[in-house]
Design a protein around this ligand. Sequence first.
Ligand SMILES: [Zn+2]
Length: 134
Amino acid sequence: MPDCVFCAIVERRAPALIIHENANVVSFLSIRPYVYGHTLIAPKSHHADLYDVPTAQLAHLIEEARILALHYRKRVGAVGANLLHASGAAAQQSVFHFHFHLLPRFTDDGHDAWPHLPGARESREEMQAALRFG
Ligand SMILES: [Zn+2]
């Protein structure tokens, strides 16, 4: 995708502070790090979102998240990780090249990465009836 900034990073047409890469994925520091070590994990092939990314590529991305978490634990003592993702404009996705945000976490770092949302108005039973398969 010619105008995609993450494709440009993959192809070295745009700068990035790359942490790790392999044949399938590239991981680099966010340009606006929320926390120490905030890393974006993206496939080297262009896929817009969760609706679009092939399952095999998704497996590579999750594997990369684990590789980074293990590396950050060993390298800088990050003993936890939050993995965040947005698919679609309705979910506040801003770069339409699939990616995860990995937020390394440290004991007593004081951060709260959990979403603060108002809670569903519908009952759980209503939701199950509407959402379940079959
Ligand atoms: Zn792209």
